[in-house]
Design a protein around this ligand. Structure first.
Ligand code: 3EB
Length: 345
């Protein structure tokens, strides 16, 4: 026994520098301001440039484990791992990513995305954490058209190509993910969790699988609605970015409150599926940690009111300003859960 990872995620402002306390930290995500207290440590830090709403600009996401950790770097990927799970991040400026003529088949974003994923898979395959559990993707101007196609579509094409090139599937057992717009001028930033053991993909009975969206949505976005990683003492649940989509269509265009309620309906349906698939686990709305991406800051009060009504105000929840990958989506919610079991004899 004892070889189980108890992952924990928290949203907080980092304490003062004190290297000893970074022992169990796998990685840190700075939503807005870069954290000075990590200077001189080898903790990987992803700066994603999504402004914090209604809380401190120094807020960070911190991933911790109770197992010993080891740090490393390969090409531009910085990572930290315990014996089961690896946290990593990479930042790729688009301007450096292409050296040849740009057209719809060959954009700087596409090149940056392919390079980033290639470097990520190279790390995972070399250190033996072959399964991407969860990937967070941030790119500026995600809704802008460039070279005749939405930037999100360029990204999707490159992500899919990179998965195929690495020999990984593009349906079924695929990573849970999100893809959001970061502040203008930001590099492409990707951070991720990977594991030695294969997770179980969970799809949402209320939604088409994203990797089966009809062609009108462009090159297929490859992600699972959620991934579950069962381990000896805990089952971990990673819910992808979830929005007001039923089937494959956006519902409640122009209505942030109704989009929030529909999104929560989707998350509840996913929880039911996850509990069914994971057997012993019992995930509930009130026991998850949430990140809520808000397209228009002015919608924050309405969105907050819906979430408080559904899950209470006391849970771990952070609101961020970000563009969402469809123009008509006003809110997107992601969630993480750890269901602890009493450890056996
Ligand atoms: C959707 O359900 C909304 O491209 O990685 C959600 C989660 C969305 C992940 C991704 C996109 C992604 O299609 C958008």
């Amino acid at each position: 026994m004892g070889s189980s990872t108890r992952l924990q995620v928290d949203y907080l402002t980092l304490p003062e520098p004190d290297s000893a306390q970074w022992d169990g930290v796998l990685g840190v995500v700075a939503f807005q301001d870069p954290p000075a207290s990590l200077d001189g440590t080898d903790v990987p830090v992803a700066g994603i440039n999504t402004p914090v709403l209604g809380a401190s600009a120094q807020l960070c996401e911190i991933w911790q484990t109770q197992r010993p950790v080891e740090s490393g770097q390969r090409a531009r990927v910085r990572y930290r791992r315990d014996e089961n799970v690896l946290f990593g991040c990479i930042s790729v400026p688009e301007a450096t990513a292409t050296s040849f003529a740009a057209d719809a088949n060959n954009s700087a974003l596409r090149a940056a995305t392919e390079q980033a994923y290639r470097e990520i898979f190279s790390v995972l395959d070399s250190v033996g954490y072959g399964h991407l559990l969860r990937v967070w993707n941030y790119l500026p101007e995600i809704n802008a058209d460039t070279l005749g196609m939405e930037r999100y579509w360029h990204f999707n094409r490159a992500r899919r190509d990179a998965l195929i090139a690495s020999g990984r599937p593009v349906s079924g057992n695929v990573p849970a993910a999100c893809a959001l717009g970061s502040a203008v001028g930001s590099p492409l930033v990707i951070y991720f969790l990977a594991s030695k053991a294969a997770p179980i993909a969970v799809e949402n009975p209320r939604q088409a699988s994203a990797y089966e969206y009809p062609p009108k949505y462009g090159p297929r976005p490859v992600f699972a609605r959620a991934n579950v990683l069962p381990e000896a003492s805990a089952t971990m649940l990673f819910i992808s970015g979830t929005a007001s989509i039923v089937g494959h269509e956006t519902f409640h265009v122009g209505d942030a409150a109704a989009q929030t309620r529909e999104t929560l309906n989707n998350i509840e349906a996913l929880l039911e599926e996850a509990n069914r698939i994971a057997g012993a686990a019992s995930f509930a709305l009130g026991s998850l940690a949430y990140k809520v991406y808000v397209r228009h800051s002015c919608d924050l009060p309405v969105i907050q009111a819906q979430l408080s009504a559904a899950i209470g105000a006391s849970t771990r929840i952070v609101y961020l300003r970000a563009d969402i990958c469809r123009q008509d989506l006003l809110v997107e919610i992601e969630a993480t859960g750890v269901d602890y079991r009493p450890t056996g004899p």
